[in-house]
Design a protein. Structure first.
Ligand code: C5P
Length: 396
């Protein structure tokens, strides 16, 4: 997602979470976004203007009527300049002020003077967040279209445990990316499988593989950002379910198969990204199998979910993954035909820096008429590129 034409005002208010804001500004600048930082007086107790000026590459605004900053950019010009206002951290105080329309400093005045969409990233003590006054302010602002990102739950700087922690800068970046993504896949339902499957042998053992689920989860996020309705059917992973994605946790290939077919009606695109175990135990032992008996293990083949969908008259646009350690392209092309796919994403799992468990992947995408070779790139960027390709194919 190319952000560089976007203008974002980052508001900072007085919370200990303000120490995370320079990282957010740094991430935005790395994407090429134009960032202007506006601080309240209390924010300066937690983080210096100099730090935010250094990471944003431009003077920080904090005075409503400061002749120097007003001369370079008045608060009204700043309000009109913004494509998005993000206040991170947003205290209970600023939330209350914005709700009633108090304009007693630059940030609150800017909010009133701007027609830009506004996102608040709350950070406060759990009791302050839970207080009916704060909750009513949040509700009323949300009804007027202000969006809230977070808060997270967990241990707080004051020692309390509960909701009120500011979400991480990387998560705020995700939300901003999603905000600006063109909604190319609006109205499309996309079902994605991800992660490994686990095939139980007995109460303590199972057959599985090293799939982390990272590629499938990244695809789910990208599809969601493009406006699709996403169902993510995931084997066991360490990953957090992505927001605004219906995530269904399964364990075995049979459970995954069942969940997929349950969600197949009205599906426009199916992406089989899971590393589904090829075999399962013919019988799952109810007691732990004795060491010596393990060699007698009887296996049977799992259903090939992708192939099953490929046989259907009403099949959705079908994308498969081919994780291969040799003859990558030939094997992937064979899979395209054999499983009746519209697209196959081939990745060489013999490379250490890509594929299973890595944050990076290096793939070739093959359709009936084309082969596109991608360079090694982060799975999140690759997933965006793949979703764009799928969108283009859907236009044909
Ligand atoms: O044949 P192979 O297992 O290499 O094919 C990989 C592709 O098929 C992946 O897209 C995977 O998600 C899908 N698959 C499946 N069900 C299986 C095995 C693989 O959907 N039982």
């Amino acid at each position: 997602m190319n952000f560089c034409t976007k203008n974002i005002v980052i508001g900072v208010t007085g919370s200990i979470a303000a120490y995370k804001t320079p990282e957010l500004v740094r991430l935005l600048k790395a994407k090429g976004v134009n960032v202007k930082v506006v601080m309240t007086q209390d924010a300066k107790q937690f983080i210096t203007e100099l730090t935010l000026q250094a990471v944003s590459g431009s003077p920080v605004h904090s005075q409503l009527l400061d002749p120097t900053t007003e001369a370079s950019m008045s608060h009204i010009t700043l309000a009109k300049w913004a494509d998005l206002i993000v206040i991170a951290p947003a205290t209970a105080n600023v939330i209350a002020k914005l709700n009633v329309g108090i304009a007693d400093d630059l940030l609150s005045t800017l909010y009133l003077a701007s027609a830009a969409p506004t996102a608040l990233v709350p950070a406060m003590n759990q009791q302050m967040w839970r207080h009916i006054a704060t909750q009513q302010n949040v509700q009323q602002l949300a009804q007027r279209g202000v969006v809230f990102w977070g808060p997270d739950e967990g241990l707080q700087a004051c020692g309390d445990d509960g909701p009120g922690r500011m979400i991480e800068p990387s998560q705020i970046m995700e939300k901003i990316t999603s905000h600006f993504a063109p909604k190319l896949l609006q109205g499309k339902k996309i079902v994605i499988t991800a992660g490994p499957t686990r095939e139980r042998l007995d109460p303590v053992r199972y057959i599985s593989n090293f799939s982390s689920g990272k590629m499938g989860y990244a695809l789910a996020q990208s599809a969601r950002d493009l406006g699709a309705q996403v169902v993510l059917i995931s084997g066991p992973t360490q990953l957090k379910p992505p927001g605004n994605v219906k995530t269904i946790a399964v364990e075995s290939a049979s459970e995954m198969h069942r969940a997929v077919f349950e969600h197949l009606p009205d599906c426009d695109v199916f992406i089989g990204c899971a590393a589904v175990a090829d075999f399962r135990a013919k019988e799952i032992a109810t007691q732990k199998i004795k060491k010596g008996m393990l060699t007698d293990l009887k296996l049977e083949k799992n259903i090939d979910i992708l192939q099953e969908i490929g046989k259907r008259q009403d099949k959705p646009f079908l994308v498969g993954f081919a994780a291969e350690s040799e003859n990558l392209i030939e094997n992937a092309k064979a899979k395209l035909l054999q499983k009746n796919l519209d697209m196959v994403v081939a990745n060489d799992i013999s490379e250490d820096d890509s594929g299973f468990n890595s944050d990076f992947n290096c793939v070739s995408v093959i359709t009936a008429t084309k082969q596109m070779d991608f360079e090694l790139m982060p799975k999140r960027d690759l997933s965006e590129a793949l979703m764009q390709l799928i969108y283009q194919q859907l236009q044909k």
